[in-house]
Design a protein around this ligand. Structure first.
Ligand code: SF4
Length: 479
């Protein structure tokens, strides 16, 4: 079996960029930012909690093999089945096989970024199995035929008027512009589906190695319905979601809801340890945990890049990001957007595929300031920029050798004053050959890449001359 992760859909995803994203996104993210600030201000120990959260995540990343082994033992001891999926295709095949063995025709799903990552819905549909998203936001984007545009609020880019129009068109009803009424309509449609479904599929916010417990944190009751109504529950979870024990969980629960939605605690926190053990107990008869690698093991080898796995998917970094707030989530081209998407996608998809993302940042650092687990996002962005330009043991450079050489020479010249001074003497003379009036319309390669799109201003070193002349002028004018 190949170690290479299977990724599908980066370009396809970007095709769904709707018009009018910024205003809806800005309103929603502003609300989250002020809610977070209020909740954080209530906790004097917030900074210590962030440090503890960061330390636990880092410790788990460094000892992931041991914690995953423990987790597997505990899930099996509780009566669950554990499957290891190296790639997205493999994860999809595992789920399809379980569905086939049980004759499943309809699946209800709770919100899961892991299943977005592997595009499980497409695989299920291709196999003739109806997959219904039951989180309200996910249900809306499923009707719209797009992916999520925010980690925790998948339909954040849509206003109530647009959702009403979507419901009216897709459900063939007259849906009013009233959020309560829209939620009621969705609930009515989905209740039927919960009762019909042969399988419930979820993701997972955390996996507790100590007891083999899957933790789901949600604000809607759909997660419980998906994981308890059908007799079969399959959870698809990235291996990075493992945490050591229940004590660690108390730290992450305090950090997560406050950072995500400005709540003290999310409405539902669900703990699932294996299937139901006795007749009459609550829960499914069979529980399967699919542990998804899909390239994560390779990223773990990079001491800088692997800090991305400290992420608890709160979305706070996107809420404060000036780039995300102006372009929306679809511009990031994959299921995960915002600053966390900018550091995760290039590592998982490879810098050949997602090489622009590390550069789509002002490096303002707002993301790192709010991140509840202290992920040094700007540092990782710079690390990935270097990887795109120069390559390293993980990826080849995506910038051509002549351009790289030119950039390296420019960096040397800017760092060494004497080289720069020699350059300022000779460059204007060389450029005069290509100069036409005040511009250089056609430069030789690699600068021709620039002049294909616009003319280049000639290099003049005017600033240095001006700066040299400046003290004498000032002296003259003040005297
Ligand atoms: S990187 Fe930090 S702020 Fe962004 S989603 Fe992950 S945990 Fe939240």
């Amino acid at each position: 079996m190949s170690d290479a992760p299977t990724y599908i859909g980066f370009e396809e995803y970007s095709e769904h960029v709707p018009v009018g994203i910024p205003s809806a996104v800005q309103q929603a993210t502003d609300r989250f930012v002020s809610g977070r600030a209020a909740r954080v201000a209530e906790l004097p120990e917030w900074e210590s909690l962030r440090q503890i959260g960061s330390d636990i995540r880092l410790h788990t990343i460094e000892n992931m093999d041991a914690y995953l082994t423990r987790l597997e033992e505990k899930v099996q001891a509780a009566g669950g089945h554990v499957h290891w999926a190296q790639t997205a295709d493999e994860a999809n095949q595992i789920v399809l096989q379980i569905a086939e063995e049980h004759g499943v025709k309809t699946v209800v799903k709770s919100k899961s970024m892991a299943t977005e990552e592997i595009r499980l819905n497409h695989a299920l549909e291709a196999a003739g199995i109806q997959a219904i998203e039951t989180d309200l936001g996910e249900y809306i984007i499923q009707l719209a035929g797009t992916g999520p545009s925010h980690i925790i609020v998948p339909a954040v880019h849509l206003k109530k008027e647009e959702i009403a129009a979507l419901f009216s068109e897709k459900l063939d009803i007259h849906a009013p512009n009233d959020p309560i009424e829209l939620a009621r309509i969705a609930r009515e449609v989905l209740r039927e589906k919960f009762l019909q479904a042969g399988m419930g599929i979820s993701g997972g916010n955390f996996l507790i190695a100590e007891t083999g417990t899957l933790v789901l944190v949600t604000n809607e009751g759909n997660g419980r319905m998906c994981t308890t109504t059908p007799d079969l529950h399959v959870a698809v979870v990235g291996i990075d979601k493992v945490i050591p024990d229940w004590e660690s969980l108390t730290v992450f629960l305090k950090l997560l809801a406050r950072s995500a939605t400005g709540q003290k605690l999310s409405t539902y926190t669900q703990f699932i340890t294996g299937p139901r053990r006795e007749e009459g107990e609550f829960g499914p008869k069979e529980f399967h945990l699919v542990l998804l690698d899909n390239g994560r093991s390779s990223i773990l080898k990079d001491p800088v890049g692997r800090e991305v796995f400290k992420c608890i998917r709160c979305g706070a970094c996107a809420n404060v990001c000036p780039v995300y707030k102006n372009v929306g989530g679809f511009a990031y081209g994959w299921f995960i957007s915002g600053p966390i998407g900018a550091i995760l996608s290039p590592q998982m998809l490879g810098t050949q595929t997602a090489r622009e993302l590390p550069f789509a940042s002002t490096l303002c650092g707002a993301c790192a300031e709010v991140c509840p687990v202290k992920i040094p996002i700007p540092k990782i962005l710079l690390h990935l920029r270097r990887r795109v330009a120069q390559g390293d043991v993980f990826s080849l450079p995506t910038v051509g050798a002549p351009l790289r050489t030119t950039a390296n020479l420019a960096s040397l010249a800017l760092a060494q004053n004497w080289i720069y001074r020699i350059g300022t003497r000779f460059l204007p003379a060389i450029m005069a050959i290509f100069r036409r009036g005040d511009w250089i319309p056609h430069a030789p390669y690699p600068l021709s890449r620039w002049t294909q799109a616009r003319p280049l201003p000639p290099f003049t070193a005017h600033f240095r001359n001006w700066w040299k002349a400046r003290p004498a002028k000032r002296k003259g004018s003040s005297g």
